[in-house]
Design a binder for this molecule. Structure first.
Ligand SMILES: C[S@@+](CC[C@H](N)C(=O)[O-])C[C@H]1O[C@@H](n2cnc3c(N)ncnc32)[C@H](O)[C@@H]1O
Length: 248
């Protein structure tokens, strides 16, 4: 649970010249507190029923893989498909089954140890336990060209360096595979650069995918270069970006 000091620091993080890592640590307390309450409300069955469809879908081991992601796996006939969810939170939202294939879903989150304490506290057990890691450290966890598909939802903009996170996601995906990113447009501006919300994901006037904070602006189309094809679209308040790694 967040203390009064945590809340004061979180508010101060909007204005004080803290580094990204300091703001991340301040925001982390708030994130854990959010999931503590969110798990209690949505993931703890009452009278044998889940209180929300989110709790039911993310807890079931046989939830089908989302259609959008199935389409992004059409390039391969491999019987076993390796899927990575970066910044998964305690319960990955990625589906766990696909007809005719075996899915190996790996979830990674920097707060995994804190989430494990919440699993014990609330007596819940997700079908995929997140392993400890961040988008920026994927290359320490996985070999290059390893996954068929990599996913990140509403998380990389919470990190220290999302440009590095996206680059590493591309590296750990196999040639021919896809990276899928879904983040709220300009979330750091909207949140006033408070706590973990430090980066903005947006499109420029040419439709190029941009990541920026107050000091740095990176055109990801140029940064990732010729080895990928990037497509983006707005879905409500979110920017959905798909990065196709060129086959070798
Ligand atoms: C709002 S939650 C979203 C969780 C999940 N993706 C979902 O859609 O439910 C943001 C998550 O991003 C994680 N996060 C923070 N910094 C990160 C980083 N550098 N790399 C990857 N994930 C990070 C947090 O620990 C938290 O679990």
């Amino acid at each position: 649970m967040s203390t009064l000091l945590d809340k004061l620091l979180l508010h101060a993080s909007k204005y004080a010249p803290f580094s990204h890592k300091q703001k991340w640590r301040i925001g982390m307390r708030d994130e854990i507190s959010f999931w503590d309450q969110h798990i209690a409300k949505n993931y703890v069955p009452r009278n044998g029923q889940f209180p929300s469809t989110e709790g039911q879908a993310r807890t079931a081991p046989d939830t089908p893989l989302q259609d959008t992601f199935v389409q992004l796996l059409a390039w391969t006939n491999d019987p076993v498909l390796r899927i990575l969810d970066v910044g998964s939170g305690p319960f990955t939202r990625v589906g766990k089954t696909m007809p005719g294939r075996t899915l190996e879903v790996t979830a990674v989150d920097p707060l995994s140890e804190e989430y494990k304490k919440l699993f014990t506290k609330h007596a819940v057990r997700p079908p995929v336990i997140p392993i400890e890691g961040a988008g920026e450290t994927l290359h320490q966890l996985f070999p290059a060209d390893h996954f068929h598909f990599a996913h990140a939802n509403n998380c990389l903009d919470h990190g220290f360096d999302p440009v590095e996170s996206v680059s590493q996601m591309v590296q750990v995906v196999r040639p021919g595979g896809y990276v899928y990113l879904r983040h709220e447009v300009n979330v750091a501006e909207t949140a006033g650069y408070m706590g973990m919300h430090q980066w903005n994901f947006l499109l420029d006037a040419n439709g190029d995918f941009i990541i920026r904070d107050k000091k740095r602006v990176v055109n990801m189309n140029k940064h990732l270069g010729r080895g990928v094809r990037i497509t983006s679209q707005h879905e409500g308040d979110f920017l959905v970006t798909t990065i196709h790694r060129a086959p070798q």
